[in-house]
Design a binder for this molecule. Sequence first.
Ligand SMILES: *Cc1c(COP(=O)(O)O)cnc(C)c1O
Length: 396
Amino acid sequence: MYVYADNAATTKMSPTAIQAMTDAIEQYWGNPSSLHTTGQTAKEALEAARAEIAQLLGAESPREIYFTSGGSEADNQAILSAAQFGARKGKKHIISTKFEHHAVLHTLQKLQKQGYEVELLDVHETGIVTPEQVKNALRPDTALVTVMYANNEIGTVQPIREIGAVCREAGVLFHTDAVQAVCHIPVSVREDNIDMLSLSAHKFHGPKGIGVLYARKGILLRNLIEGGAQERGKRAGTENMPAILSMAVAMREEMAQMDAVTAKLTTMRDRLIEGLTKIPHSRLNGDRNQRVPATVNFCFEGIEGEALLLMLDAEGIQASSGSACTSGSLDPSHVLLALGLPHEVAHGSLRLSIDAETTDDEITHILTVVPRVVSYLRNMSPVWEALENGEKEHLI
Ligand SMILES: *Cc1c(COP(=O)(O)O)cnc(C)c1O
């Protein structure tokens, strides 16, 4: 059996999204900046996609939607813009959290080297950051608060609406990396008090290399690329029409199905949680309920996540130890360390992220194979032996 359980890393494009892409290549190949009919036909399709995305996100106007090359670019652009314009008003303090995606954390590190003061909030053991924490960290010189909507490794959902309200009351810009949230849980930029939001199409069955930065009317953005007047002059270059039109279609489709899919996914996810919790010395990472419907993350004491992944792959189960961006390095996940897990425990992590195509039989397969592989690896592990004969103390 072949099970793809790594949808938090990327998803397979839906047939409708693929169709929209090929339609765009054939029908809307003109340059939207051209004044002739072929160009204007493309321009109309482009602006229709922008308007649809604005509406699906609860934005006030299509002018608040900027197309980017994906989630990373949107995160970079939001943070660097807020930093640049904040500094002009003498504001160089930025608040974020310890468990953000590297697109956020590495951008913040770069700013720190340039003299910005970056404050990374601790994350509660449940994988949640509270509005009170944000409120307590705010200062008169705070230029930006950036907190992710849903964490990509453990799936926990943050109280974004409340954090947004705290920021709005203080008059501080609020950005959220919503890449794992949009099309997975209800998100509305207006109701959630969001000033800037990043999303990426390949996390919701759309194409890779395309995303959106939502920036509320009046928010200043720097020029990311100099050149033509595309994206209101902020990001020059002829628009990626096939990807943009396909993203809009994928977003509409996913949002229309969200309620039904959520019900199905939640049932399967809860089966995974119940089944994997039965493995001795295992732990579910992140709050049991305040999480996206499709992602679970477990630690199994006494094993290495990498070994587990390779053996699962051999059994037809494709998963991840956390973020795709950190696999290949032997450092434990910064997300799990932020939750306060010891290094030894954080090393033995497994993320399973399912989607609407996942079947009950596949869940059964996972629940049969994972316990077997975990116990096989433990039997070969000197660390496990030390834990079992009492030379070392169990941490979970
Ligand atoms: C995938 C992901 C990104 C990066 O998006 P890309 O489109 O791959 O650049 C950023 N943030 C989170 C939370 C993600 O899951």
